[in-house]
Design a protein around this ligand. Structure first.
Ligand code: A2P
Length: 277
């Protein structure tokens, strides 16, 4: 009788979650939502490892999960999880991840960690969120976190991107807060008036051009926002962007007299690197 070729065992995806929504913003950016394990707890601003199974090894046929750190963009109270991602054409993970559809499986190790959390900051009056590109993701979580508005009188979010289309995800998110029933009810009608949004672009014309770092060094950003430069008495800050951006802001903060904090040692500011494939 005919012998069937041995089929390779396809491992069931470990820690699989199901995609519930996908939105594409530009040829470089997309966001998606997926189911959340009932037992999973996290603090707004944390990240998890997510990914897909990689290609089979050319000789052994073995497949291994391909995982990267992704900030959770949804708040801790949300029943689903949201992520905001870059698409890198030859990126090992994002070249595949950008094609996910509703109903697909995504692997997630449900062990959230990270330093962009309220626990890592001392009490203050004003909190600054500084993002470039997909570094907006943890702030999409924190901007929907009631504690952000309970702990601070003023929330300033700066977002520097190359092009105007890269601001859409953040702008839409901030706009959506105005009609967010849960937040308006929990924190109070009009809570979103505490937010000052400061988007800038560097390679395409927009109302505010330039890197946020340069705009702060010249004083222009503070003038536009109507606030004084950061000081350790009143201001707290979280940074999430590309490496050069993070380092430049850290240098500036040291000049302002701000001290970097951690979960075990809350201080004036915290930093995390935005995901790059
Ligand atoms: P620029 O266009 O002047 O490089 P990227 O997509 O390369 O991660 O960059 C995202 C945004 O961050 C871009 O607008 C980029 O500006 C800006 N950027 C890059 N490096 C710095 C830095 N050291 N300080 C401030 N902004 C930066």
């Amino acid at each position: 009788s005919k012998i069937e070729p041995a089929t390779k065992a396809v491992p069931a995806l470990p820690d699989a979650q199901t995609v519930t929504d996908v939105k594409h913003y530009t040829d470089r950016l997309f966001s998606f939502r997926m189911t959340r394990p009932a037992s999973m707890r996290f603090r707004s601003g944390e990240f998890v490892m997510i990914g897909l199974m990689g290609d089979p090894h050319p000789e052994t046929g073995k497949v291994k999960p391909l995982l990267r750190a992704y900030s959770i963009a949804s708040p801790s109270w949300d029943e689903e999880l949201e992520f905001y991602s870059i698409k890198v054409p030859d990126g090992p993970l994002t070249s595949k991840l950008q094609h996910i559809k509703v109903g697909d499986d995504v692997i997630m190790r449900p062990k959230p960690v990270g330093t962009l959390v309220h626990d890592a900051l001392l009490p203050g009056k004003r909190i600054w969120f500084f993002a470039t590109g997909t570094g907006f993701a943890p702030f999409a979580s924190l901007l929907r976190e009631p504690q952000t508005y309970e702990d601070y009188d003023e929330i300033i979010i700066t977002h520097t991107c190359r092009e105007v289309g890269e601001l859409t995800y953040g702008r839409d998110l901030i706009e959506s807060l105005k009609t967010d029933e849960l937040l308006n009810e929990v924190i109070g009608e009009g809570f979103w008036k505490k937010i000052k949004y400061y988007p800038t672009t560097t390679r395409e014309q927009s109302p505010k051009m330039g890197r946020i770092t340069d705009l702060m060094k010249s004083g222009e950003a503070f003038e536009d926002l109507g606030v004084p430069p950061l000081n350790p008495d009143n201001d707290r800050a979280m940074i999430c962007g590309n490496m050069a951006f993070n380092l430049e802001l850290k240098d500036m903060f040291e000049d302002y007299g701000l001290v970097e904090g951690a979960n075990s040692n809350p201080q004036h500011y915290v930093v995390e690197k935005a995901f790059l494939d």
